[in-house]
Design a protein. Structure first.
Lengths: 223, 435
């Protein structure tokens, strides 16, 4: 069963002087529970693809269907709600909020739901326990290692129980040991929870561990 | 959610201590300056002892009279305080108010002492007994003189605690003692807390029944219409003002009829004035323009808010530029434009309120220490220095003004940067790209 379906996606960046084709007629289907990786050289459009898939960016043309919903019809409010319920993001640079401690960072997605403060804390503690950081709840991001930061970011991505996790080079800023830990965590989420994961990576061996690898070159899907 | 905003606002302050300090200082100074102007503008309207009922006051400080031989009233009139006869006819006979008092328009300087001691210059006001019902003095000892004592012209005096100290060397145990006022003996019946000169109608250092010390009661001019007295009406409720004015106009018509043989008549104007209007009086022959005064006041406030807001807006903008990744993260995890806009404005409001409290405290301290330089009554016939205490300015209206200005300053300084941040492209925000 398809959980993500992208058809005829084009993305053109325009400035006053030039027009850049970032994605050209891309079609992609992702099955529910699948763990796929997207690979390609820098600037080939893989992150643009992931952003469009995550509704962080809009395509110039083409249709996006996620969990059977045609995204074209969504307004800002519906789009935000959909992202909040269905999608979880893991970024290369973690993107934790420095002025919030670990548990407050993890609670961020829950702030946009009608959930009580105690329930938010309970859910955040549960996911922090899952990523092995239950002893770091009151620490600030600046007090954590890179691997710990990324595990907090994973906890934040899954706290709202989204069906899809989109990870943009989640191990890109980590050493190999920490990278392996994060990959293990993502695989665990895929296998145990059945979450669909789409991961952009430059790491061939990590890509090989996923169900399927999609390759991009010059804005086009090549494999 | 609000708790999170609060945590984050404080977190932001801690993260950038220098920028935060400058921001808070700038906002504090802006609020300080504007609150000082608010206090100066409002000291004549705010209620404080002994004028705690200013919201229920209607004043008849002066009258304007014309004469058939003087020509057009707008060209020629005589203006000033009233005789007791005029006050009795048009004010004291009113039935609608709770109370009406007559008193000398200004305190006069007298010499006071006890036999064998040096003379002291003090301010004295002559009043009726109702004066102490309309104005609420804090009696430290004794009580005010009553109606019978006033009518009997018994030489009694209510004095302030500082007067008691300068005459008797103490403010305690002076009730029943005699003192000399302009060389006439007077018995002290009450000691009250000192009164600020900013309580224009209530200020004095000695109060005596009308006509006991000086011949003021018999002084009159223009066929006995004008004299040395003013009247203040204490309404039961502000809603009664219209009814009181209607009744006043009826009394005035009747009084004018009785004055016809003299050729004089009282020009109605829109008296009696409420406290705000009375505060705008610049001459007894001129009708105060409250609307114009309000417009000027609002214009001053707007200028005082916009100038710092422009400076603070650039600071807010630069702080938000440093938070663009956070903006992107929040949008990615489900925040709508509006939620993000609210968050930024509320966070900024928390900082503005902290700064506002500092600014308000600074303005109260400054007003208190520099009172004589900043706070003046319109007509001050005495050399008494202006005194202010916190209770005069520590009032709900001042707090409402402070919160209102904080809110407006917040919207002006962070509204546009917040709106731009909330509308920025998510991918650009995540890339830390500026708005």
């Amino acid at each position: 069963m398809e959980i993500i379906s992208l058809k005829g996606i084009n993305k053109v960046y325009r400035t006053n002087e030039i027009e850049t084709l970032a994605l050209e007629n891309v079609n992609l289907e992702v099955e529910k529970g699948e763990f796929i990786s997207i690979m390609g050289p820098s600037g080939c459009g893989k992150s643009t693809m992931l952003n469009i898939m995550g509704l962080l960016d809009t395509p110039t043309s083409g249709t996006i269907e996620i969990c059977g919903n045609n995204i074209k019809d969504f307004n800002d409010r519906e789009m935000a709600k959909f992202r909040n319920k269905t999608l979880g993001f893991v970024f290369q640079s973690f993107h934790l909020i420095n002025s919030l401690n670990v548990i407050d960072n993890v609670e961020v997605p829950l702030l946009y739901r009608k959930i009580s403060s105690s329930e938010r804390t309970k859910l955040a503690k549960e996911v922090l326990d899952r990523v092995g950081l239950s002893h770091r709840t009151r620490h600030m991001p600046s007090q954590l290692s890179g691997g710990q930061c990324q595990r907090v970011a994973v906890a934040r991505a899954i706290v709202g129980n989204p069906e899809i996790i989109l990870a943009d080079e989640p191990t890109g800023n980590l050493d190999s040991k920490m990278g392996a830990e994060v990959m293990e965590l993502l695989h665990k989420l895929n296998k145990e929870d059945g979450r669909t994961i789409v991961m952009v990576t430059h790491n061939e061996s990590q890509a090989k561990q996923t169900d399927r690898t999609i390759r991009f070159f010059d804005g086009r899907r090549v494999e | 959610m609000i708790k999170q905003y609060f945590i984050q606002a404080i977190g932001q302050l801690k993260q950038h201590p220098l920028i935060s300090s400058i921001n808070i200082m700038g906002t504090s100074l802006a609020i300080f300056l504007i609150m000082l102007v608010v206090m100066i503008n409002n000291i004549g309207i705010l209620s404080f002892s002994p004028e705690s009922n200013r919201d229920r006051f209607l004043h008849g400080s002066c009258i304007s009279i014309g004469n058939k031989d003087w020509g057009d009233d707008s060209m020629s009139s005589s203006n000033g305080p009233m005789s007791l006869k005029s006050i009795n006819e048009i004010y004291k006979s009113l039935k609608t108010p709770e109370c009406v008092t007559a008193y000398t328009i200004f305190p006069s300087t007298v010499v006071a002492s006890i036999p064998g001691q040096n003379l002291v210059n003090l301010e004295m006001r002559e009043t009726d007994a109702e004066y102490f019902k309309v104005f609420d003095y804090t009696f430290l000892d004794g009580k005010p003189y009553n109606k019978e004592e006033v009518e009997s012209h018994i030489p009694l005096a209510v004095i302030t605690e500082s007067t008691a100290r300068s005459i008797f060397g103490t403010s305690k145990g002076v009730i029943g003692k005699n003192m000399l006022i302009n060389y006439s003996s007077c018995k002290v019946v009450g000691v009250v807390k000192n009164v600020s000169i900013l309580a224009e109608k209530g200020f004095s250092e000695i109060w005596v029944p009308i006509g006991t010390i000086s011949p003021t009661a018999t002084y009159h001019d223009n066929s006995g219409i004008m004299g040395a007295f003013s009247a203040t009406i204490l309404a039961k409720d502000r809603d009664d003002f219209d009814d009181i004015r209607k009744e006043y106009n009826k009394r005035l018509d009747g009084y004018n009829k009785s004055l016809e043989p003299t050729g004089f008549h009282i020009i109605p104007r829109s008296r009696p004035y409420d406290q705000e209007t009375e505060n705008q009086v610049i001459g007894a022959n001129l009708e105060p323009d409250v609307n114009k005064a309000r417009k000027i006041e609002i214009t001053i406030y707007v200028i005082l808010l916009i100038v710092p807001a422009i400076n603070l807006a650039s600071m807010t903008h630069s702080r938000l530029r440093q938070r663009m990744i956070e903006v992107g993260v929040r949008r990615a995890f489900g925040s709508t434009h509006m939620q993000l806009l609210n968050q930024i404005i509320i966070e900024n409001m928390i900082i503005t309120l902290i700064a506002g409290i500092i600014g308000l405290i600074l303005s109260l301290i400054f007003a208190n220490t520099m009172a004589s330089e900043f706070f003046q009554v319109k007509w001050n016939p005495s050399l008494t220095e202006t005194q202010i205490d916190f209770s005069m300015l520590f009032q709900p209206k001042i707090f409402i003004y402070a919160i209102l200005f904080c809110f407006v300053l917040n919207i002006l300084s962070c509204g546009i940067p917040a709106w731009r941040a909330s509308r920025s492209n998510i991918v650009n925000s995540l890339g830390g790209k500026i708005m």
